[in-house]
Ligand binder design. Structure first.
Ligand SMILES: [Mg+2]
Length: 166
């Protein structure tokens, strides 16, 4: 598959890590507290533009930072988020100031606009596995993603952010 060896929507924090065990960690609601901007989605017509514009104001979730720090150094920490590519630099700047441990950031590519979160994350899992990265576990706050990961045979921790309640 063209482009698979170096997907354009992957960003390594420093030098790429060799294939091996990985932990797959979601961003919004798992390591980033976006509760202050959820109000934009609770309108009759969800205002995604405002929702994403305020992403740089998220507080890091301290318990998750502690959790990530406990993961063994042999395991590559992959942040897998369905955030749009337009938030790439915002996300990198936020990560730099957050104190979170991470190795690889995977975000939606420009051409992934129509892809739903579980579809995008499933494709990313397949790309990672094709290159020899072995998911040990995942953490996500969206049950659609939790079910997808489990269907892919990945042990998954559900973290309740409350973002997906009606
Ligand atoms: Mg999330």
């Amino acid at each position: 598959m063209a482009g698979l060896a170096n997907p354009e929507n992957w960003t390594w924090r420093s030098a790429p890590r060799a294939p091996g065990p990985i932990a797959i960690i979601d961003v919004d609601g798992v390591i980033s507290d976006g509760s202050h901007r959820q109000r934009h989605l609770r309108k009759q017509r969800p205002d995604w533009k405002s929702f994403f514009q305020e992403a740089d104001g998220d507080a890091p979730i301290a318990g998750s930072a502690a959790f990530l720090a406990l993961i063994g150094s042999e395991t590559t920490v992959v942040l897998l988020t369905a955030r749009p590519h337009t938030l790439h630099q915002v996300t990198l700047d936020w990560l730099a100031s957050s104190g979170h441990r991470w190795d690889l950031l995977i975000m939606r590519h420009r051409s992934d606009g129509g892809l739903r979160s579980p579809e995008f994350k499933k494709r990313s899992v397949q790309e990672l596995r094709a290159l020899g990265y072995e998911p040990q576990f995942a953490v996500d706050d969206d049950m659609r993603n939790v079910e997808m990961f489990r269907n892919e045979g990945i042990e998954t921790l559900y973290l309740h952010s409350g973002y997906y309640e009606a």
